[in-house]
Ligand binder design. Structure first.
Ligand SMILES: NC(=O)c1ccc[n+]([C@@H]2O[C@H](COP(=O)([O-])OP(=O)(O)OC[C@H]3O[C@@H](n4cnc5c(N)ncnc54)[C@H](OP(=O)(O)O)[C@@H]3O)[C@@H](O)[C@H]2O)c1
Length: 353
């Protein structure tokens, strides 16, 4: 029996994870947590609403932590799992992006592993299995392009949160859905892929595939490209991460190749500058990705609250990156300080945006 601690149990990933655990006789929930929503309808021996997630993990001593918290709030749980050598099923990409080298150092000390839940990274993880680093030419991260793919900047000036929340292919929580509309999500995923697979940024390409059937691809040195295909259904990567290496059955529909057409196109980085900003933050390294993430979280919350226009999200993030020296964090306290400083700077920027 694999004992799963599910953090973010009331969210989009959390709910689907509960379904996967309930359907699998080899999985059980040992602890669940949310930020503020009640957990009355979830059956688990340990439950926690708000508070310190690492205290819950200490009590639960899980075999695997599924971190499905949204945002930087997941940082301590990610570092706890990595330090303790406990498998980390990672949906909370923001924690790996922000912690970067600190997270990798914690993983090296703890001896654990990260099993990606993001569908693109699960795809890359599977395509890379069994290969040596020198055989890999490059990674191709796919994205749908979000609800505003094909629009010009002029057409984005007055888009509303409701319009941005209408994702064409995935049903997800509000923060990642806005990130998908700005392409910040693909930017976070670029940095996540760099840390997960140790591939330099120049060798990670972003391609749009509007129906989200191709979840990502790996190019190898012999000219082979391996792709991972499936209908968009997060239960598949959640199940893969929780049951790895078993690859348990899921209720996901099989692909119908008689109706499938696959189109690819490059992202429009002029209209959607968050992608280039994320690449810049990733290449600068240090705490630049932490600053990118913090400013983005502040700007997205302000957009959702009707306090910031859609196009100003990227301006707030660009300004925060420009004022930050991106110096590496020596420890988690340093990282928390950098995150806090970036948030304060971004909040100030909201009043002038
Ligand atoms: N949804 C997807 O399909 C998808 C796909 C790939 C990756 N991801 C990633 O998975 C993560 C979760 O996304 P989501 O779409 O599931 O978000 P969501 O629906 O907004 O759910 C977020 C969850 O995090 C909990 N939470 C927030 N702050 C917390 C805190 N301080 N302590 C404990 N729990 C806290 C929330 O609890 P409350 O209900 O109490 O607020 C909720 O359970 C994000 O990092 C996202 O990028 C999601």
């Amino acid at each position: 029996m694999k004992r799963v601690a599910l953090l973010g149990a009331t969210g989009s990933i959390g709910r689907q994870a509960i379904e996967i655990v309930a359907a699998h006789p080899g999985l059980e929930l040992c602890a669940v947590a949310s930020g503020s929503s009640p957990l009355d309808d979830v059956d688990a021996p340990l439950k926690q609403v708000g508070g310190d997630l690492t205290e819950l993990l200490e009590r639960a001593q899980p075999d695997v932590v599924l971190n499905a918290v949204v945002g930087f709030a997941g940082i301590h749980a990610t570092l706890w799992a990595l330090e303790h050598g406990v498998d980390l099923a990672l949906a909370n990409k923001e924690s790996l992006v922000a912690a970067g080298e600190l997270a990798l150092a914690a993983m090296a000390r703890g001896g654990g592993r990260i099993l990606p839940v993001d569908s693109e990274h699960s795809a890359l993880f599977q395509c890379l299995e069994g290969s040596e680093r020198e055989q890999v030419h490059s990674l191709v991260l796919t994205g749908s392009g979000g609800p505003f793919r094909g629009r010009t900047r002029d057409e984005l000036g007055d888009v509303t949160p409701e319009q941005a929340l209408a994702h064409p292919t995935w049903s997800m929580g509000p923060k990642i859905t806005i990130d998908s509309a700005t392409l910040a999500n693909k930017g976070l995923e670029l940095i996540e892929a760099h840390y997960l697979f140790g591939i330099p940024y120049r060798d990670i390409e972003i391609v749009l595939q509007p129906t989200s059937v191709v979840h990502s691809l790996v190019r190898f040195r012999d000219g082979t490209t391996l792709a991972h295909l499936g209908y968009p259904d997060m239960r598949v990567p959640i199940s893969y991460a929780l049951t790895y290496p078993e690859r348990a059955a899921t209720p996901a529909a099989a692909l119908d190749f008689t109706t499938l057409t696959l189109q690819f196109e490059p992202p429009d980085t002029q209209t959607f500058p968050m992608l280039a900003l994320a690449r810049e933050a990733g290449e600068r390294g240090g705490t630049a990705p932490c600053v990118f993430n913090a400013a983005n979280e502040v700007a997205v919350a302000a957009f959702l609250a009707g306090r910031l226009p859609f196009l100003a999200i990227a301006e707030v993030v660009a300004d925060a990156l420009a004022q930050s020296d991106g110096s590496p964090a020596r420890d988690v306290h340093d990282l928390l300080e950098q995150d806090g400083a970036a948030r304060r700077f971004a909040e100030q920027g909201l009043s002038v945006a």
